[in-house]
Design a protein around this ligand. Structure first.
Ligand SMILES: [Zn+2]
Length: 316
């Protein structure tokens, strides 16, 4: 045992200073070694993470293609249809004939354009809409759903024969099904694509997502679905003017005001309307809408692969 006196003697002694100096030397040597070893481990871990991210980035088709797509729409350049590589995701190898080649161009300066689009047809309204369009010598775009009765099949053909654009909306229009995975989306899309092709001979290159490209049903799947559709060369169009024609108790006046007021605010409008049986007001409003838009100096045209698409913004 060390007595109290010995303790006092020790803490003032040369020996104690020697020990303190030794302790400092040990700390000065050991601490950097510990720090160096832990940094080495950390750097190894970060390097592994970096390699994983690099590998994912190499495989990923989302960002580079989306950026290409947006730039190509702006710069009028053409997108090459990417060749499926050995590291492709399985669904990229499905439906090898399901490809298109878009060429987008910009509006020329001072040009004022309106694209009328009709979703969810064909319906009993289709012949009436077609007649109004013919009357005013206007071409429009129909994003259709799958029906297989005689009347509907004749309407798909009629849309094409009268010079309008036909595009895929969805076979089932079932949000829960089509947005559950890329595979389900492609299966549904391919069914509609083939139906149009068999009836009209048109290999469509345009489509519109049910609910728009980004909606509350596809939060977890829209990015891979969009990436895959763009990779296949298809162009999709959202809209920047809503006619509001599916609003409850809608009137012809309401649709007219929604469309005309919003079209006048911009040079290029993609107007969302519906071709469904219950939308009588849409057909009623159409002649006056067309007249007014034309009077204001806008030309009305159909969408095609040369029209740079209006797309909803991505949210992170
Ligand atoms: Zn729809």
């Amino acid at each position: 045992m060390v007595s109290g006196d010995e303790k006092i003697m020790y803490w003032g002694s040369v020996k104690s200073f020697k020990h303190i100096i030794l302790l400092f030397i040990v700390i000065l040597i050991v601490l950097p070694i510990i720090a160096a070893v832990s940094l080495l481990f950390k750097s190894q871990k970060l390097s592994d993470e970096l390699n994983t991210v690099k590998a994912l980035a190499d495989k990923s088709t989302i960002n580079p293609i989306l950026v290409d797509k947006i730039e190509s729409a702006e710069q009028s350049s053409q997108i090459e249809t990417p060749v499926a590589e050995s590291e492709s995701i399985d669904y990229q190898l499905d439906y090898p004939d399901l490809y298109a080649t878009p060429v987008a161009k910009k509006l020329s300066k001072g040009e004022k354009k309106v694209y009328l689009t009709f979703d969810d047809g064909p319906s009993k309204q289709t012949p009436k809409i077609l007649d109004v369009l013919d009357e005013f010598q206007v071409k429009a775009t129909f994003f259709v759903v799958y029906k297989n009765d005689e009347f509907s099949n004749s309407m798909y053909k009629e849309i094409v024969n009268r010079g309008h654009t036909i595009g895929v909306h969805s076979a089932s229009h079932n949000y829960n099904k089509i947005y559950s995975s890329v595979e389900y989306y492609l299966e549904d899309f391919n069914k509609m694509y083939l139906h149009i092709y068999e009836l009209t001979g048109v290999k469509i290159d345009l489509f519109r997502f049910p609910g728009g490209s980004i909606n509350s049903h596809n939060q977890s799947t829209y990015q891979p679905i969009i990436a895959e559709m763009i990779r296949r060369g298809f162009t999709f169009h959202d809209w920047n003017v809503q006619s509001g024609d599916t609003t409850k108790n809608v009137t012809k006046e309401l649709i007219y005001n929604n469309v005309v007021n919003n079209v006048l605010k911009r040079n290029k409008s993609v107007v969302l309307m519906h071709d469904i049986l219950s939308e009588v007001a849409t057909v009623q409003a159409l002649p006056e809408i067309i007249e007014e838009i034309k009077r204001e100096g806008f030309s009305i045209d159909k969408l095609d692969a040369t029209v740079a698409p209006f797309l909803f913004s991505y949210k992170n």
